[in-house]
Design a protein around this ligand. Sequence first.
Ligand SMILES: [Zn+2]
Length: 316
Amino acid sequence: MTIIKATPSDVAPIPAGCAGPTVPEDKGYLVEEIRGGVYWVSDGVFQAMFLTTGDGVIACDAPPTIGRNYLNAISDVTDEPVTHVIYSHSHSDHIGAAHLFPESVTYVASAETARTLARVDDARRPVPAVTFSDSFRLNVGRQTLLLEDKGPDHEPGNIYIYAPEQKILMKIDVICPGWVPFKDLSHVKDMPGYLKAHDDVLTYDFDVLVAGHVARLGAREDVEVQREYVMDLKAHATEAIETVDISRVFEESGVADPSRPGAGNPWLLFDVYLQTVADQCTQAMLPKWVERLGGADVFTFDHALVVTVQVVARVS
Ligand SMILES: [Zn+2]
C-alpha cells in the first residue's frame, strides 16, 4: 500500500485560483469594503466581516490571529463604536479575540453555540446574551442581517450570516475557496450535515461568500466546485469499499499472520483495511483534483479516510 501524501519535496504547484489580494506587510491585515457598508478583514489565513450601520458596528467573528488589528481595521474605515458581535460558531480560532471589544457590546450567537461556550467557560469568548434557535433578524441602523441555524455541520450551532441587501453570505469552516477543505474535512463534526451545508449555502441569493479561511473571498462557483469534490470523495470511497477485498488486504499486508506479535489485533486489521480503502479513493481522486484545488495532494487522503470511516459506519 502506498499512501499518497505530498511532502515538501514533491508537493504540487498551487493552482492560480487560490490567490487573493496581498495583505499589506506593514499592517499585517487587509480591510476592504465588499459593498454597501460590509467589509472583510483578512490576515491571509483567517477572515472576519463587519458592517457599519450608522448606529454602530456589527462585528462578525473575531479571529485571534487578527487580534487587535481587527479594531485597527474597523477604525481605519469608521468612527462608529462596535455595538454588536456575532459568533459564527464556538471555535476559538474564529472568535478567540471577542474579549477585546468594549464590555458594552451585545454578543449574539445560536443557542447551541451559547451552550457550548457556557460549558467551556473561556474568558476570551464571552457567553452571548442574545441567542436564537432557528433564525434571527438583526436590525441595527441601516443594516439588516439574517442569522440562521440550519442544524449541525462543521459543528452544531455553526450559523449562516446573510446580508440580504448586499447579497453577501458568511458561512465559516465549510467552503475553502480555491482549496480542498482543511484536514479531516475541516474537523467535521456531523458528516451528513456538512454535505447538506453545500446545498444549503446555494439556497441563499449571494455572489460573495466570506468563508473564514485562506486568501480570498468566495463565489457561488467555489461552493459548486467543493460540492463536486466532496461528492466525488463519497462516491470513490463507496466504490473502494465495494471493491477492496478485506481478506486479501489482511493476507497481503501480513497483519493476520499468526506468527506476528500483532496477530489478532482487530484495531490493526481494520486500520490497515480503512487505509487501503482510503488510498484507493485518493488515487481515484487526484488526477481530477490536484490541479484544480490547492492542497488536494496534501489532504485528500485524510478526507478519504474520514469519509471511508463514515460510510463503513453507515453514518453518511
Ligand atoms: Zn471551526
